[in-house]
Design a protein around this ligand. Structure first.
Ligand code: NAP
Length: 233
């Protein structure tokens, strides 16, 4: 098991958007199995009590959207190899916007956070990922699937996640020694998913961790939901 408890050789994991929701649950779960977790967030205050209790949690208060952010993260990690990068940070800005009222700012911001931020973080950490023959897990969404789209709307979110999916595929082709995957976490009860969501963060993250742990090199560059079902782009 590549991501089970390896006491003598603990895995190093980087998680973006670690402050809350799915990202914070990833932090808790990977700490539980003995990983060293590098939690990246613009504000790490919420995770400070956990870090005081567990020395395996390293907090990085870095704005990855800023020009210097990804390089700052690479520098902060120093020579550490990275077994797993989870590009989890994301935003959903156009719940209520129909096409004719969608502002260019919302579209740009969606691409900045949902597409460019994962690409820039991955690029900055590439040497550390290659050194570990690591895995890049991009937290996408079924809403980024072109073939699944039967309800329309949410242009900025859908487009930015579809672009993240394309990044996942191209990157997997260009870096065959790494494992790369796009993951749909389900409709999850978080600030983004809301109260009516059908999946708890615990169920979602448990499923996502199983997929990451069991991901075979032959399945790099594919798209899965948290229950392990392969999704169509
Ligand atoms: N919840 C769902 O139903 C659902 C469904 C499909 C896909 N997803 C995807 O799952 C991932 C996690 O979502 P979630 O439900 O946990 O959302 P969430 O509760 O809203 O948390 C979003 C996380 O992303 C971070 N983030 C937002 N904007 C950022 C920025 N500009 N720079 C850096 N970090 C930023 C937030 O940090 P701050 O605390 O600093 O704002 C927060 O840690 C996202 O990629 C989302 O698209 C979620």
């Amino acid at each position: 098991m590549p991501f089970s408890n390896r006491k003598n050789n603990p895995m190093n994991i980087v998680i973006t958007g670690a402050s809350r929701g799915i990202g914070a649950e990833f932090v808790r779960r990977y700490l539980d199995i003995g990983a060293t977790v590098h939690a990246v967030s613009r504000n790490t205050d919420r995770l400070a009590p956990v870090a005081r209790e567990n020395k395996n949690l390293k907090l990085h208060a870095i704005d990855l959207e800023s020009e210097r952010g990804p390089a700052e993260l690479a520098k902060a990690l120093g020579g550490a190899t990275i077994d797993l990068l989870i590009n989890n940070a994301g935003i959903y800005l156009d719940h209520d916007s129909d096409f004719s009222h969608l502002s260019p700012e919302k579209i740009r911001k969606s691409f900045e956070v949902n597409t460019l931020l994962p690409m820039r973080a991955t690029a900055a950490l590439l040497p550390q990922l290659i050194a570990a023959k690591g895995t890049v897990a991009n937290i996408s969404s079924l809403m980024g699937s072109v073939s699944d789209n039967s309800s329309g709307g949410a242009y900025a979110y859908r487009m930015s996640k579809a672009a993240l999916n394309m990044f996942t595929k191209s990157f997997s082709v260009d870096y065959p020694k790494l494992k790369t995957v796009a993951l749909h976490p389900g409709w999850v009860k978080t600030d983004m998913g809301g109260e009516n969501a059908t999946t708890t963060v615990e169920e979602s993250v448990k499923g996502l961790m199983k997929i990451i742990a069991e991901l075979k090199a032959t399945k790099s560059g594919h798209f899965y939901d948290f229950e392990g079902d392969e999704l169509h782009w």
